[in-house]
Design a protein around this ligand. Structure first.
Ligand SMILES: Cc1ncc(COP(=O)(O)O)c(C=O)c1O
Length: 444
């Protein structure tokens, strides 16, 4: 498809004018406000690999509900499972056999984990994981890496995307709050560390170990465009946390099931003490999961002292969606399809940028990728990514949007789903080729 016939965002703009009178910024999540458009894109519906906006434009979707829709929008198996749960009377706050069976299935996919609890969003799950780790260790402090995101969570809402002017020294970053309203004393409990720097890691952990309950990290730092830990760094993380009595939490809200049926670093030989899952695991239905060793997880009430409860913990309608999701990701050929799409998309994008003389780094890992204009080498930490050219990304995003390809330019990660076909990827590359060509000619 070339530029969509009579492309217009008039309905989106009109809805924004209404929405901003009743919802701050016209949105319910600030990330949905599109700074390039200067308003949110209002959607009408999604189907498989596509979203259709309020103006009737169809987009091949590379946002996918910020990564939640790994199966595409409205996967029939997920929809059927949810409909069946609705027939059973919704059952929001009751245990059934389904919660047990899904827990058993998840544990088979996450080596080292022995018990499960469900929560609602990724934010809730990381918050609970940190509370449980604090209760388990009797310590308060938490370590996190600069550039890693763990939700809108006061406990670790620091230095996810800090402006460089206030970020502090590279080997000992200053905790920079992500939001106003986070109590200053939260900063006293947080140690921010640079990713992939073994010396700084060891220094930071040893200096604070006595009061450090947990180290939380994204095993693949998709929230900074997909940065992998080096094998040496990853092993140092595991060995030091074990030696110093610090609970190691892998926040897999974004990375789980992205590169294979389970943990993102399943092949690394490193297993955390706790893992948090979210986004994709519910097949697009909101639910998150906490997994961990028996000793740590039994810190939860009623077997231990850390209160973990909630009316909407593990509603049947949401847990059945996990079951349907697991059926899909464990079915033969699921990851072969994803890898074939990714290989073609990433190679195609690299070729396009090179042919048009645009400097851009495509950081593709499994079904999600970063795209950094202005970089010509793989980023090793958040600070490397701050060299990217956001104005070029905005231009690329707008050019693609007009032609029916949706990348959320403000987002540090993009991705595709199992519902995408090779024809969708070819159509996408065709669009990207046109947009990159325009940009190279100084037109977009
Ligand atoms: C790694 C990671 N952790 C936690 C969260 C928070 O999840 P939620 O948006 O469901 O609260 C996100 C969301 O982007 C995430 O990427």
């Amino acid at each position: 498809m070339s530029t969509q016939d009579k492309f217009s965002l008039a309905q989106s703009r009109a809805l924004y004018e209404r929405a901003r009178l009743v919802m701050p910024g016209g949105v319910n999540a600030s990330a949905r406000f599109d700074p390039a458009l200067k308003h949110p894109l209002f959607m009408d519906h999604g189907e498989g690999a596509y979203v259709y906006d309020a103006d009737g434009n169809r987009y091949i979707d590379y946002n996918l509900s910020h990564g939640a829709s790994l199966l595409g929008h409205g996967h029939p198996a997920v929809v059927a499972a949810v409909q069946e749960a609705l027939q059973r009377g919704v059952l929001a706050a009751y245990e059934t056999e389904v919660q047990v069976e899904v827990a058993e299935r998840l544990l088979r996919l996450f080596p080292g984990a022995e018990m499960v609890r469900y929560a609602g969003t990724g934010t809730e799950a990381t918050w609970h994981a940190l509370r449980i780790a604090r209760a388990y260790t009797g310590k308060w402090g938490v370590a996190k890496f600069e550039g890693h995101y763990h939700g809108v969570n006061d406990t670790v809402g620091f230095s996810c995307r800090p402006p460089m002017a206030v970020a502090g020294p590279a080997d000992s970053p200053t905790p920079v709050p992500e939001s106003a309203g986070i109590p200053p004393y939260s900063a006293d409990l947080v140690t921010v560390l640079p990713f992939n720097d073994i010396e700084a890691l060891e220094r930071g952990l040893r200096a604070n170990a006595e009061n450090m309950a947990a180290l939380i990290m994204e095993p693949i730092n998709y929230d900074a465009q997909g940065i992998r830990p080096t094998p040496e760094f990853l092993h140092a993380v595991r060995e030091l946390t074990r030696e110093l009595g610090i609970v190691l939490i892998f926040d897999e809200v974004l990375s789980c099931f992205r590169v294979g049926p389970g943990a993102a670093l399943a092949d690394s030989g490193v297993t955390p003490d706790m893992t948090v899952l979210g986004k994709a695991v519910g097949g697009g239905i909101p639910i998150s999961v906490l997994l961990g060793t028996r000793a740590i997880m039994e810190t939860c009430t009623p077997t231990g002292p850390a209160l973990h409860s909630g009316t909407y913990n593990a509603p049947l309608m949401h847990v059945v969606a996990i079951g349907a999701f697991l059926d899909q990701v464990t079915s033969p050929g699921f990851y072969e399809h994803l890898y074939a799409l990714g290989d073609r998309l990433y190679a195609g994008m690299r070729d396009i940028f090179q042919r048009h003389g645009l400097t851009a780094w495509v950081q593709g890992i499994g079904a999600r990728f970063g795209l950094l204009f202005g970089l010509d080498s793989e980023p090793r930490n958040y600070r490397d990514t701050t060299r990217q050219n956001m104005a070029q990304m905005a231009a690329f995003h707008l050019g693609c949007l007009k032609r029916g390809v949706y990348l959320h330019h403000f987002s540090p990660h993009h991705g595709f789903s199992s519902a995408h076909t090779m024809a969708d990827i070819e159509e996408t590359l065709d669009v990207m080729d046109q947009v990159a060509g325009e940009m190279a000619r100084g037109g977009e």
